[in-house]
Design a protein around this ligand. Structure first.
Ligand code: 8X3
Length: 274
């Protein structure tokens, strides 16, 4: 029957796409830079494995990106801090989804702007566990397969904050300094393989990230960007994709990018309201 034929044709196209298109795995894909990366890679025809803690936003993204770009999206929700669940989730991937080409280690956060002798140790644990331990666990889970296949690229989302500490940011800055060391170390450990490692270090980016930094205070977050045009998650995604799509002999090791009116983690020029 013609409808059966339609289904058959459609599933053939889908299977073909799964076999031919590259696969990118993005952690923290439900907002900000992660969401930007999902949109960009989908636009370029990649299949996506999207990870975040909550599924609802991922489901919306999946529906939108599959409909708009004809790519395949696989949702894999877990908290990168939960090592056991992360391992079980990766293990549960259907065979055709296991050959991940690019891992974007994006999940990360900052909570609070406290001094190092005054802040909350539990909040700092969340940052350390997500930004460092979670990233390391994902690397440990995904990279062996890449080495085996002789193909792969790990793109870590670091930060300008990893280059130098700034007031009220010491623990966050320390986690991003760790991301730099882990990226450099991994690049060294993979030097005799075709795999590539990139550390993308954004400055000011306007995402929900800043709302979380100010513990939900939207006004404080908005004030932070007054007088300057920050980067967006989509701007960062362009750079992530640039690194991912560079010819195989080029390894973009690091990129530091920030708004034109920002110069360092602490120095930026904000126009006064007229
Ligand atoms: C966050 C960027 O400029 O707030 O990674 O340190 S910044």
């Amino acid at each position: 029957r013609s409808s059966d034929l339609g289904v058959l044709l459609f599933s053939n196209i889908v299977n073909q796409n799964i076999m031919e298109a590259k696969i990118v795995f993005i952690t923290g894909a439900s907002s900000g830079i992660g969401e930007g990366c999902a949109r960009k890679f989908a636009k370029e025809g990649w299949n996506l494995i999207l990870n975040a803690r909550t599924v609802s936003k991922l489901e919306e993204l999946k529906a939108e990106l599959e409909a708009t770009h004809g790519v395949r999206v696989y949702i894999l929700p877990f908290d990168v801090r939960d090592r056991k669940l992360a391992a079980a989730s990766l293990e549960s991937l259907p065979e055709e989804w296991k050959a991940i080409d690019v891992l974007v280690n994006n999940a990360g956060l900052v909570i609070g702007v406290d001094k190092e002798f005054e802040g909350n140790l539990d909040e700092w644990d969340i940052m350390i566990d997500t930004n460092i331990r979670g990233l390391l666990a994902m690397t440990r889970l995904v990279v062996p397969g890449m080495v085996e296949r002789g193909r792969g690229h790990i793109i870590n989302i670091g930060s300008i904050a990893g280059d130098a500490a700034y007031p009220g940011g010491s623990v966050y800055c320390a986690t991003k300094a760790a991301v730099k060391a882990l990226s450099d170390g991994l690049r060294i450990d993979l030097v005799d393989t075709p795999l590539r490692v990139t550390n993308i270090k954004p400055g000011m980016v306007e995402t929900n990230f800043t709302v979380v930094r100010y513990r939900g205070d939207k006004e404080a977050a908005d004030n932070f960007y007054k007088g300057i045009r920050p980067l967006t998650g989509d701007d960062i995604a362009e750079t992530v994709y640039f690194a991912a799509s560079a010819p195989a002999h080029i390894q973009i090791a690091e990129v530091l990018l920030m708004p034109t009116y920002q110069a360092t983690g602490t120095i930026s020029y904000k126009k006064k309201p007229e």
